[in-house]
Design a protein around this ligand. Sequence first.
Ligand code: ZN
Length: 310
Amino acid sequence: MYNIGIDVGGTSIKAGLVEDGNITVKSSRDVRKACGFKEVIEDIEYVIDEILKKKKIKIEDISTIGIGIPGVVDKTGCVNCVNLGLKGDPLELKLKEKFPNIKIVVENDANVAAVAEYKYGSMKGYDIGVMLTLGTGVGGGIIINGKPFSGAHGIGSEIGHIILDSNFYTCNCGNNGCFETFCSATAIIRYAQKLIKEGRETLIFNMAKGDIEKITAKMVFDAYKKDDEVARDVVRRFKEYLLKGIMSVIHFIDPEVISIGGGVSNASDIILEGLEEKIKKRVIYNGNGVAKIVIAEFKNDAGILGASAL
Ligand SMILES: [Zn+2]
């Protein structure tokens, strides 16, 4: 029997057949522009069908299909996702109707990434772990006693929307001061743009060939390594708020491990430098130990691997 993991993203739906923690067959399909519940179901069926054809197996050979969704998933597997046009649609129920003999599980994608790290990667061997995905936004995934946790209403792992301070721009969620407006790639870019608009001179501006819309988080980290003053200010601010966000997680959940993933985690040397010492100083009591900070192992495949293990 096989497990299939499906990673539903904002631009594509990717699926994989997972055997012993390895993805042996993959398929994917681009998300259509006018997307809604019907289209998502069709695309999921399509990627499953492609996997079966490529592996030359039947649907009866599949025991579990896990699905990660970039949205809020409630206890009954109903899904809300603005980007995919899903508004409380019963995704899990619909797929159970289509595949009655297969275990179907739908989870939020950040929780799915946490499951991948827990089962196969940087959080393996720990019972209580938190994954922070620093990408376009900040995703949060919580593992408690080996299971993903998202609270009573499916929003309990939205760590990116913990409010840390007031900020110069408002979060997509409508609140001001969310963790993700300080520590996502978007946050890093926006703060660099702000300093440039204020007249500061920086290598970042040259790296973006004079177009501040082309600035990336990588450019900021590259300039930081060249001792660029603006990049140093941007990184100092990013790290200060990352520490605040992590301290909030520690004082609320007290995990054994916090794994940092997402595109920003490519700058792992800069992120980890001095972080654990600062945490030990700031935590209210460190006599019993404190969360270990690690960098996530999986990049693009976390969604498929984690979903297959739900
Ligand atoms: Zn927010």
